[in-house]
Design a protein. Structure first.
Length: 113
């Protein structure tokens, strides 16, 4: 799952730096569905208040570095409560003074279709 958080850090211009994190987390050793584990992770993301979008291969989350990393840590801890081994993959796109980038990127591509 990909997850994102919001935290108010300002750059030199006084505006917030935001990033999108594509986050995927999964338990190893599941013979069938992982959906119950993933649903618990999504609940944590929803409680964070950050913008997010989940899909079949992960979750996009938008926020600042500290809040995003803190949320990923919480998701990791949640899965380790019931699983002895997990995998995590994180891809980050950080852009100064950017906001609402998840929606903007999707809209930009759709306009070109």
């Amino acid at each position: 799952m990909t997850y994102d958080l919001y935290y108010s850090k300002k750059n030199l211009s006084g505006k917030e730096n935001k990033m999108i994190a594509l986050f995927t987390i999964w338990p190893y050793g599941k013979e069938k569905s992982m959906s119950k584990d993933i649903a618990e992770v999504i609940k944590l993301i929803e409680k964070s208040g950050l913008s997010y979008e989940f899909h079949s291969m992960g979750t996009n989350i938008e926020g600042d570095w500290d809040r995003v990393i803190d949320l990923i840590k919480k998701c990791r801890e949640k899965l380790l409560e019931t699983n002895s081994r997990i995998g995590i993959s994180i891809l980050i796109d950080e852009k100064k003074e950017a906001t609402n980038q998840i929606a903007h990127k999707i809209k930009s591509v759709k306009e070109k279709l």
